[in-house]
Design a protein around this ligand. Sequence first.
Ligand SMILES: CC(C)(COP(=O)(O)OP(=O)(O)OC[C@H]1O[C@@H](n2cnc3c(N)ncnc32)[C@H](O)[C@@H]1OP(=O)(O)O)[C@@H](O)C(=O)NCCC(=O)NCCS
Length: 141
Amino acid sequence: VKRELVGGFELDDDRARVDVAAVHRYLAEESYWARGRACSDLEALVQEAARVVGLYDGDRQIGFCRAARCAPGLFYLADVYVLEAYRGRGLGTALVREMVEAGPLAGRSWLLHTADAHDLYRRLGFGVPGERVMELRAAPR
Ligand SMILES: CC(C)(COP(=O)(O)OP(=O)(O)OC[C@H]1O[C@@H](n2cnc3c(N)ncnc32)[C@H](O)[C@@H]1OP(=O)(O)O)[C@@H](O)C(=O)NCCC(=O)NCCS
C-alpha cells in the first residue's frame, strides 16, 4: 500500500523498499532505545515484521515503524521515528495512524514503550494500561 501525504511525502508498507542502512543509521546512532543495534538484527526484524511502514521523501527514507506480532489480535509497535528535519508537521502521526488504523492490522490491540511521545500516541487512542499489563525488565548491560 502506498499513501501520498500533503507535501509530496509518501507512506509505503513495502518492506523491500525499506532502506535498511538508513534506518539502521538512525536507530543505532541517534535513537535512545536501539543504540548500537546490529544491522543484521534490524534486517531480520524487518523481514519478520507483521508489517512495516516507511516514510519517504522521494527516494529518501525519512521515517519508519514496524509491528511485531504477539498474538493474532495483539501487536507491538516499535522503532517509530521521523528524521529531525521533518518533525513537527504531522508526519509522525500519519506514520503511526497508517499502521494502527489502516491496512491489515487496523483495529487490533497494540502495545508500545515510549519515553516522551505519549501525547502523539494518546491522540491515536493509546492509553496507560494500568494493572492488566506487566513487564519484566532485563538488567542493564
Ligand atoms: C516522536 C516522533 C516520531 C514524532 O514525529 P513528528 O513528525 O514530529 O510528529 P507529529 O508532527 O505528527 O506530531 C508531533 C506531536 O507529538 C508530540 N510529541 C510528543 N513527544 C514528542 C517528541 N519526543 N518529539 C516530537 N513530538 C512529540 C508533540 O506534542 C507534537 O504535538 P503538536 O502537533 O501538538 O505540536 C519524532 O519526534 C521522533 O522521531 N522522535 C525521536 C524518536 C522517538 O522518540 N520516537 C518515538 C519512540 S516511542
